[in-house]
Design a protein around this ligand. Sequence first.
Ligand SMILES: Cc1cc2nc3c(=O)[nH]c(=O)nc-3n(C[C@H](O)[C@H](O)[C@H](O)COP(=O)(O)O)c2cc1C
Length: 178
Amino acid sequence: MTILFACAASLAGVHSTQAAGRVLVAYFSWGGNTRTVAGQIAELTGADLYEIKPAHAYPTDYNACVEAARAEKNASARPALQGQLPDVSAYDVVLIGFPNWWGTMPMPVFTFVESLDLRGKTVAPFCTHGGGGEQQCFADFARAARVEVGKGFLRSGSGAGTARPQVERWLRNAGLIQ
Ligand SMILES: Cc1cc2nc3c(=O)[nH]c(=O)nc-3n(C[C@H](O)[C@H](O)[C@H](O)COP(=O)(O)O)c2cc1C
């Protein structure tokens, strides 16, 4: 089932921020860290949230997941996704988040980004990692998006829960909130 729901527009007002245009926050998260950051961004911008879900879920066991992800990366796989893609024509700003997997984006995120027509939109990635930092994540994101992309937001997974002030600064510097 596609999860696509609108946060109340008034939420943005509660935090005295005002998003520049309609914002979509799309994310993939296996362990919840990236979901946490996605939620912070949505709260600050009043964005709609969309969860990127592969048709076949990854194992819940960490080591099994790491192995599955490695095999997909080595095969340059483009795993099928669950549900419908979001209608990005309805948005001015598209922010896409994912964990660093093997130094790059999880393969379903390649499927997702390559499937969208992002021309004419303000686009930027956000990423959580386990100590490796950005590695190829943002470079690969830009290639997959095929448009000019803004500066990405990077946070360690363990720091996701306390990322909100940095998220806010990133959004403000990007001109996405006042
Ligand atoms: C399959 C897999 C591969 C990973 N590869 C890397 C990596 O190459 N570099 C890194 O810094 N962290 C890596 N991590 C750690 C995650 O990027 C980090 O825990 C992230 O915050 C997880 O986000 P999530 O909770 O939204 O899934 C990996 C984690 C998994 C499960």
